[in-house]
Design a protein around this ligand. Structure first.
Ligand code: NAP
Ligand code: GLV
Length: 315
């Protein structure tokens, strides 16, 4: 029997794969601060954590050599120092695939809502500011017939493309390596200048931090919308807030933020902006599947098996 630190309460059934192991959990659902994570990592064999837990070198070094696996209940791994884990011989697992369709649904919701000004129109109605139908009110831009530019054409980017073709959109995509599929654009700028909606689906890494900055926003059409369900720091929020306030960008639909849970005050006040609290994968079935997949990854590593969701060791 191994000791497994589970940093937060997971959906019901999520930890079933770890039956028989000793689970170390706080009695309440409060997050562990960084010092508590470092201390807790010292005498466990595995950690099952969330994207809100920063599993950095200090945590990993505290855990080694006993700690054998970190299983992140998320596909994004920017909260885990994967290189340090690999150097210390600690396996890392994540949750690819099981959240793809649910996150793509949410991204498409933001495509629709941002193009059609759903949040601002609803806010006016709720605040009693709507005085009846008007021919010039809440004029958005059509989704059908528009060009969607997908940045990061992996699992989620492709799932968004499938939805877009059902809505009669033309789809372009950009990734570093040619996909061999119609619509691939080698140059990010080419997608930004052509698209009516740009939807971001890259992982957060050094190369993608502020991938969409002031210059890139300046390349987008003034009628375009930016949708971000990837990670907040992929976009320079200060530059985005400026573009929205100045009207040089039509709209934005955001699920992720640079400094979660803090939201840039000028984004909170930005016009034509849809803001959701990082709920891309938030369906009962998907969050349960994510927890189970992470727990199964931890179980497998502890049993000396190689799970399919292993990120490191790479082979
Ligand atoms: P994935 O299958 O690994 O796809 C990532 C894509 O990004 C790949 O096509 C990759 O292709 C491309 N890419 C990487 N670096 C790039 C760069 N510098 N420029 C252009 N393209 C680049 O990942 P996924 O499962 O689709 O997930 C994507 C991200 O979505 C996750 O990492 C996570 O941060 C985020 N996410 C958010 C939520 C949410 O709740 N909002 C939920 C799930 C996932 P190349 O290597 O060829 O460039
Ligand atoms: C959610 O943001 C994830 O990366 O799974």
């Amino acid at each position: 029997m191994s000791r497994v630190l589970v940093t937060r309460r997971l959906p019901r059934g999520g930890l079933d794969p770890l039956a028989g192991h000793e689970l170390v959990q706080r009695p309440d659902d409060a997050p562990l601060d960084h010092g508590e994570l470092v201390t807790a990592a010292r005498d466990v064999d595995a950690v099952v954590c969330l994207l809100t837990d920063r599993i950095d070198a200090e945590v990993l070094e505290a855990g080694a050599p006993r700690l054998r696996v970190v299983a992140n209940v998320a596909v994004g791994l920017d909260n885990v120092d994967v290189e340090v884990a690999e150097r210390l011989g600690i396996a890392v697992c994540n949750t690819p695939g099981v959240l793809t369709e649910t996150t793509a649904d949410l991204a498409f919701l933001l495509v629709l809502a941002s193009r059609r000004l759903a949040s601002s129109a609803e806010a006016d109605l709720r605040a009693g500011r709507w005085e009846g139908w008007g021919i010039n009110q809440y004029l958005g831009h059509d989704v059908h017939g528009a060009t969607l530019g997908i940045v990061g054409y992996g699992r989620i980017g492709r799932a968004v493309a499938r939805r877009a073709s059902g809505f009669g959109m033309r789809v372009l995509h950009h990734s570093r390596h040619p996909t061999g599929e119609p619509g691939w654009v080698a140059d990010l700028d080419g997608v930004l200048t052509e698209a009516d909606v740009v939807s971001l689906h890259v992982p957060l890494a050094g190369e993608t931090r502020h991938l969409i900055g002031r210059r890139e926003l300046g390349l987008m059409k003034p009628t375009a919308a930016l949708v971000n369900t990837a990670r907040g720091p992929v976009v320079d929020e200060e530059a985005l807030a400026d573009a929205l306030h100045a009207g040089t960008l039509f709209a934005a639909g955001l699920d992720v933020y640079e400094h979660e849970p803090r939201i840039h005050p000028r984004l909170l006040g930005a016009p034509r902006t849809v803001l959701l609290p990082h709920v891309g994968s938030a369906s009962v079935a998907t969050r349960t599947a994510m927890a189970r997949l992470a727990a199964e990854g931890a179980r497998a590593v502890l049993a000396g098996e190689r799970p399919p969701n292993l990120v490191v060791p790479r082979r």
